[in-house]
Ligand binder design. Structure first.
Ligand SMILES: C[S@@+](CC[C@H](N)C(=O)[O-])C[C@H]1O[C@@H](n2cnc3c(N)ncnc32)[C@H](O)[C@@H]1O
Length: 443
């Protein structure tokens, strides 16, 4: 990784001790005491900040909702890593393997999704297993076994024996977009993940998008994106899933995109969000930057399943159908690609960049918000898990990999030497980096 242009703003010095425990000490108990101190000290920091911000203490009660303030990001990172490490140190290794490899967790999630169990119970309501079974159409006994397993993940609770209630987690699964994410995960992506290794064996060095676990699992000859283009229901599910992550996972909050670039300086410029799905990001930019004009482009099936642009920004945000493998029809001052390239192997990502060239004027910005793979153990561990997960997800679904800083630079160079690589930045708390390039071709 090239440090000169890669500038994550993590508080790096505090993390290596948490991430390399086995090399830290020869005294068996000292690491666990060290972790306990870190947890205690930083949990106090979190508690004090919550009190200062007049926020409730975190709870699984569906009535309680906490948005953690940004000033405790580092303390939370430390507590989350230290608690995980302490847990993993104290559990027998075989037990650890079995828990990390628990396919049963996903079976429970799939049952909840398939039978919409979360929607058969109102928030604040309780139902017996028999009542819930009648409401969701699953027999009482399997329902009870599946839900009691789910409860070990804090999905639903049993406040009194035989009686089921929502937790904050199961309540979130009722949200339209989160429900779509759960369906996509359990019906489309989990079976694909099971076939990832088979796909790697069958097509070891392929860059073709139809050589994936998804193709094997779903017995599909075409790339997943072709299926999405032809299947409005699936496209709607994918679009809603993207929105679920943006809206509910702070590491993907559009605010990080706002912090990564000087959008104000663009004034009333036109920005095209290429592959912008339902326009969630374009809308959030328009809401924040009152002069900015945006076009969010995506496939017909995705645009057709999008909700109308909210009235307050409708005059500055347009949803447009455009296939990004075909020449870009809109001349703009900046082009945004958010989580687009990570779905494409280098061969096809370079084609997307080439198709952008026709309307480009000298100096136009190309802004890519995507993961930039860190070296192992250089960012908080609980955040690294998300990036490594996404890395395998894009391989399973699209035959692509996430890229590190050098690979991003190489991608632009491969597409056209007139793309000048500018920099990579990553705000603290963000799962995604902003990779910036500039067009240096003719004006
Ligand atoms: C991972 S999603 C990212 C969506 C959005 N940029 C975001 O960050 O939420 C990738 C998007 O690319 C779109 N897409 C895939 N193939 C496309 C194509 N050939 N032309 C235009 N959009 C496409 C998908 O429909 C999807 O909305």
């Amino acid at each position: 990784m090239c440090a000169a242009f890669w500038s994550p703003s993590w508080d790096l010095p505090r993390f290596p001790p948490l991430l390399k425990p086995q090399f830290q000490s020869t005294i068996a108990h000292s690491r666990i005491i060290e972790l306990a101190h870190l947890i205690s000290e930083n949990t106090s920091t979190i508690e004090n900040a919550l009190v200062a911000h007049k926020l409730p203490t975190p709870s699984f009660d569906p009535a309680v909702s906490v948005t953690f303030p940004a000033d405790i990001t580092v303390a939370r990172d430390i507590v989350l890593d230290a608690t995980q490490e302490l847990h993993d140190l104290l559990i027998p290794p075989m037990n650890l393997i079995q828990r990390k490899a628990s396919y049963n967790k996903l079976a429970c999630m799939k049952a909840i999704s398939r039978y919409s169990i979360q929607n058969c119970l109102d928030v604040g309501e309780t139902k017996t297993y028999a009542e819930l079974a009648t409401a969701c159409g699953l027999s009482e006994r399997p329902l009870k076994h599946l839900l009691r397993h789910a409860m070990t993940m804090r999905i639903f609770a049993e406040p009194r024996k035989g009686v089921v209630a929502h937790t904050a987690v199961s309540q979130l699964m009722r949200n339209h977009d989160c429900k779509a994410w759960l369906e996509l995960g359990t019906e489309d992506l989990w079976p694909s993940s099971v076939k990832l290794v088979d796909a790697l064996g069958k097509w070891p060095d392929s860059e073709e998008p139809n050589h994936t676990g998804w193709n094997i699992a779903h017995n599909a000859p075409e790339p997943l994106y072709e299926r999405l283009a032809a299947d409005p229901k699936m496209a709607a599910r994918m679009g809603a899933s993207m929105s679920a992550t943006i809206t509910n996972n702070p590491a993907f909050d559009p605010v990080h995109l706002q912090r990564s670039f000087d959008w104000e300086a663009l004034g009333s410029s036109l920005v095209v969000d290429v592959g912008g799905s339902h326009g969630t990001v374009a809308i959030s930019l328009a809401e924040k930057y009152k002069n900015l004009r945006l076009i969010s482009q995506d496939l017909v099936s995705t645009i057709d399943s999008a909700a109308p642009v909210p009235g307050d920004v409708a005059d500055r945000v347009q949803l447009m159908t455009h296939d990004f493998f075909t020449p870009q029809p809109v001349e703009a001052e900046a082009y945004l690609f958010r989580q687009v390239f990570h779905n494409h192997s280098d061969k096809y990502a370079a084609l997307i960049l080439k198709a952008l060239i026709p309307p480009l004027k000298r100096g136009v910005r190309i802004l890519v918000q995507d993961a930039c793979l860190p070296d192992p153990g250089t960012i908080p561990g609980w955040r690294e898990i998300d990036i490594r997960d996404m890395d395998l997800l894009v391989k399973t679904s699209f035959n692509a990999w996430e890229r590190d800083a050098d690979e991003w630079r190489e991608l632009f160079a491969k597409a056209d030497s007139r793309f000048e690589f500018v920099r990579i930045t990553q705000p603290q708390g963000s799962a995604l980096a902003l990779i910036e390039a500039r067009w240096t071709g003719e004006a």
